[in-house]
Design a binder for this molecule. Sequence first.
Ligand code: NAD
Ligand code: DAU
Length: 355
Amino acid sequence: MTILVTGGAGFIGSNFVLEVISTSGETIVNLDKLTYAGNLENIQALDGNPRHHFVHGDIGDPGLLTNILNEHQPRAIINLAAESHVDRSILGPGDFIHTNVNGTFNLLDRSLAYWQGLPKSRSKDFRFLHVSTDEVYGSLRPDDAPFVETTPYAPNSPYAASKAASDHLVRAYHHTYGLPTLTTNCSNNYGPFQFPEKLIPLMIVNALAGRALPVYGDGLNVRDWLHVSDHCQAIRVVLEVGRVGEVYNVGGGSERTNLDMVNTICSTLDELAPRSTFSPRSELIRFVPDRPGHDKRYAIDARKIEFEIGWTPRETLETGIRKTVQWYLSNMRWVDRVTSGEYRNWIAENYGNRS
Ligand code: NAD
Ligand code: DAU
């Protein structure tokens, strides 16, 4: 059996592909544009593996998609390709519309044509699983109940708006054409292979180098953290037993302020990498001007996926953060290689006007 995974050279995608290949007999076709966030080194362990086919390309390319679908005849498509960083969406929203909106539309359009051409025996089991985010629901106040699947959409950043648009297209393709879709809306992930522009890897990498740890605003914004392996597991179980047309929220039940997270990273590094002139690392924390439109709090109510499907996270925040810090300590050469000149330009652009 074959699954088409898009964005499988990115953070969640590479974790997903590595896990599926190592724990099942499934073949994966991995379509990725290799933007700054996609890195073939993430999936280097699969070099030469006959069950992994990498295709360099854009989900917005209709001819390429038609060829891939006809050639590989996947039983499912998992859409993880996206522009994913909120700060980048604020400084340049165009790429987010191209990939998250137009790209998802194109993927749906080509998937529909493919699905309609399948014999009944295969079309009934086909699934299109769209991976989305809790950011589509907007921002919670401190005492609000966590997001449920029926929380009204209220996206606040260009990134969140582009993901919301893609979710609506997925919904429409199910309701209008009957395409057998599934959507997952997940909270903040962390773990191996996360590009060091996101909070946790950025803080680890900066703290190791003795650079400032830039905390936006007062540091009291809250995120609900989930280890990437638990997200991958959730995607797998929803693919297998999720009800067609349904949405499943996925979250860690681990709400923390950003300041708490950064302090936890600092103390974990102080313990695991004690020989440093920058200890305690928490002294590197600097409060910098806030992200425009910064959402105050996200939190997921994951009872639907828990009660319907039986999924719960396996990692606690404590075990997950420790493993993640250890992974970065052991993979600083990966960090050096993915932080190219483009990365340095980004750091200058995003943080230059915050000092
Ligand atoms: P990422 O930025 O690390 O990876 C995205 C991947 O998509 C990269 O490999 C990139 O090269 C590829 N890509 C980008 N544009 C493409 C295009 N037009 N065609 C083909 N490939 C393209 O992102 P991530 O953190 O792994 O997120 C994956 C998905 O999960 C996204 O849809 C994101 O919205 C969602 N999500 C992420 C989180 C999180 O905390 N990281 C949480 C919830 C949901
Ligand atoms: O909630 C799910 C979303 O989580 C995903 O859909 C996104 O793809 C993913 O990037 C993430 O979005 P966030 O904006 O929450 O993640 P980020 O790591 O960029 O920031 C986490 C929090 O840390 C946020 O409140 C902003 C803050 N922050 C971030 C950076 C990069 C800082 O204080 N300083 C920083 O330098």
